[in-house]
Design a protein around this ligand. Structure first.
Ligand code: FAD
Length: 470
C-alpha cells in the first residue's frame, strides 16, 4: 500500500525529511490541501496565495517525473483536514501519512488533530522536524526555559550543531506507477486583490537553487557590508522560497559550508552574517512554540499590552499607501505593494514608523504585511513587528526610535532607492530627496510629513513611560 506525503510549506522534492521518510517505506502518493477560505480569513493576500499555487504546480511537475501522483483537495477550513486526509487514506489504501511540522499554535493543533484521527482509525501519521535544525524545546536556557533573547540562543545553536542535523535527505528515486491518478490542479479563483506579476518570483526548486547559487557566487562575501542598503541587491531574496520550503535551510547552510571551508560561525564575514539571519528565522519559530501567546495576537512583553495605541484611520491609510511625507517610508511601502517584498532595513523603518511615530497598533501593520508579502511567514513577521514595536523578544528599547530621515541619509545616501520608487522626487538633487523642502516640491503632489518627528517621538516615549512594568 502507498504512503501519503502531505505537502504544506515544504514544496520541494530535495532534502525533504518527511518525503524521504515516506519514500523509504515504498510507493508514495502526495497530498495537498488547499484551504483558500481559511487562508483568506487569516489575512493571506493574493501575492502569497498566487506564489503558493505556482509552487504547487512546480512541485507537481517534479512529482510526475518520479511517478508520484498528487491529490489536490479543496477544503474550507483546516478543521476539515483530518476528515479529508482520512478519506484519501481510504481511497488509496494508505496506512501511513508523513508531514513536516509547522510551528504556530493553530498549525500545531491542526496537526495534532490529524495524528489523533489517524491513530483512532488504526493508521499512523508522523510529523517531522524539517524546517529547523533543532526542534523547539531542544534548545533551552540553563533554567530549562525557551530563549527569549536571540544571542544566547544563537550561541547554543552553533555549539550544539552537528553534521547529522545538517545532512541533506535524499530526493526519492522514480517509483513504479501506482495506478493512482493525479488530480488536475484547479486555478486560483479571482480574488478581490490582484497578485503582482509572478515573473518577479518564479516558483519552484530550480529558481530557488539558482538564486542561492548566484547569491553565494556574487554577493555572499559582501553581505555584511551591503545588506543594509536597499538600492543595492545585497541580500539573497530567498525569503519567499524559504517560507514555502522551495529550498531548505540545510541546502543554504551546506552551500555556505562549501564556500567557507566547512565553517558557519567563523570565516568569511559576509557568509557568517548571512548564517546569522537563518538562525534568526529559526529563533522566531522556537519563540512561537515556547511563548504561544504571540500566536494569539498578544505581545511577548506582557506589560506592553496596556499601551494606548491611537485610532488613526487616516494615518494608517497614508502609511499603507505610501504617502506619509517621509520619503523612505513611502518608497518602502510602494516597493512592498508593487513587488510583494520589502528590504529588511525598510521593514524595520516602516514598522517602527507605524508603531512609534503614528503610535498605531503594530498588529495592524503585521496584518498588512502578511497580506502583501510573498514571503509572508507568521513567525518571522510577528517577530519583526514585535521587535520594531518594542513589545517583543530582544525588544528594541522603547526609547530607540529610528529617525526616518537620518536612516534614509545613511542607508540610501545617493537617494537612488527613493528615486526608483518615488519618481516624483527623482528630479530633486539627491541630497534633498530624504526630506524634500516644500519649495523644491513644486507641483509634484508629494505630501508634507503627516507627523513631526520630534513631536511624534515625544508622544511615543510618553505612551511607553506610562506603562507599568511590573
Ligand atoms: P537575507 O538577508 O538574504 O536573509 C536570508 C534568510 O534569512 C531570509 O530569506 C529569511 O528566511 C531569513 N531571515 C533574514 N532576516 C530575518 C529576520 N529578521 N527574522 C527571521 N528570518 C530572517 N521574513 C520573512 O521571511 N517573512 C516575513 O513575513 C517577514 N516579516 C518581517 C517583518 C518585519 C517588520 C521585519 C523587521 C522583518 C521581517 N522579516 C520577514 C525578516 C526579513 O526582513 C526578511 O526575511 C528578509 O528581508 C528577506 O530578504 P532576503 O531573503 O533577501 O534575506
Amino acid at each position: 500500500t502507498p504512503t501519503l506525503m502531505w505537502f504544506r510549506s515544504d514544496l520541494r522534492l530535495h532534502d525533504n525529511r518527511a518525503l524521504a521518510a515516506a519514500a523509504q517505506r515504498g510507493p508514495v502518493v502526495a497530498v495537498y490541501l488547499r484551504a483558500l477560505p481559511h487562508w483568506r480569513r487569516h489575512g493571506h493576500g493574493a501575492n502569497p496565495l498566487d506564489f503558493r499555487a505556482r509552487g504547487v504546480a512546480a512541485l507537481k511537475e517534479g512529482l510526475e517525473g518520479l511517478n508520484i501522483p498528487l491529490l489536490h483537495r479543496d477544503i474550507d477550513d483546516f478543521a476539515e483536514a483530518p476528515a479529508a486526509l482520512l478519506a484519501i487514506a481510504r481511497e488509496t489504501g494508505a496506512e501511513a501519512l508523513h508531514f513536516n511540522r509547522e510551528y504556530p499554535v493553530d498549525e500545531l493543533a491542526r496537526d495534532a488533530a490529524v495524528v489523533e484521527a489517524f491513530e483512532e482509525a488504526g493508521l499512523s501519521a508522523t510529523g517531522h522536524h524539517d524546517a529547523v535544525a533543532f526542534a523547539p524545546g531542544e534548545l533551552l536556557t540553563g533554567k530549562g526555559d525557551y530563549y527569549g533573547v536571540f544571542t544566547p540562543f544563537a550561541r547554543a545553536w552553533h555549539r550544539r550543531l552537528d553534521a547529522e542535523r545538517l545532512a541533506l535527505s535524499e530526493a526519492p528515486s522514480p517509483q513504479a506507477p501506482t495506478g493512482v491518478d493525479s488530480d488536475p490542479l484547479p486555478s486560483l479563483p479571482a480574488l478581490s486583490d490582484t497578485p503582482i506579476d509572478g515573473r518577479q518570483w518564479p516558483a519552484g526548486e530550480a529558481p530557488a537553487a539558482d538564486r542561492l547559487e548566484r547569491f553565494l557566487r556574487f554577493r555572499g562575501r559582501h553581505y555584511a557590508r551591503q545588506r543594509d542598503f536597499p538600492a543595492v541587491r545585497g541580500t539573497s531574496e530567498l525569503s519567499p522560497y524559504l517560507a514555502l520550503g522551495m529550498i531548505s535551510h540545510r541546502q543554504c547552510l551546506q552551500a555556505v559550508l562549501a564556500e567557507n571551508d566547512g565553517r558557519l560561525a567563523e570565516g568569511d564575514e559576509g557568509l557568517v552574517a548571512w548564517v546569522n539571519e537563518l538562525v534568526w528565522r529559526e529563533f522566531y519559530r522556537h519563540v512561537a512554540v515556547g511563548f504561544p501567546r504571540v500566536c494569539r495576537h498578544r505581545a511577548f512583553q506582557r506589560h506592553t499590552e496596556a499601551l494606548a495605541w491611537r485610532d488613526d484611520e487616516e494615518g494608517f491609510a497614508a502609511w499603507c499607501e505610501g504617502r506619509t511625507g517621509y520619503p523612505i517610508v513611502d518608497a518602502a511601502m510602494r516597493q512592498l505593494v508593487a513587488t510583494g517584498w520589502m528590504h529588511n532595513r525598510l521593514r524595520m523603518i516602516t514598522a517602527m514608523f507605524l508603531a512609534k511615530h503614528l503610535l498605531i497598533d503594530w498588529r495592524r501593520g503585521e496584518a498588512f504585511f502578511l497580506r502583501h508579502l510573498v514571503d509572508g511567514e507568521f513567525c518571522a513577521n510577528n517577530g519583526g513587528w514585535q521587535w520594531a514595536a518594542s513589545t517583543g523578544t530582544d525588544a528594541a528599547p522603547y526609547f530607540r526610535i529610528f529617525n526616518p530621515t537620518t536612516q534614509s541619509q545613511r542607508f540610501d545616501p545617493d537617494g537612488r532607492f527613493l528615486a526608483e520608487w518615488l519618481p516624483e522626487l527623482a528630479a530633486l538633487p539627491a541630497k534633498a530627496r530624504h526630506a524634500p523642502p516644500r519649495d523644491l516640491l513644486g507641483d509634484t503632489g508629494y505630501p508634507a510629513p503627516i507627523v513631526d518627528h520630534k513631536a511624534a517621538r515625544a508622544r511615543a516615549l510618553d505612551a511607553f513611560k506610562a506603562l507599568n512594568r511590573d
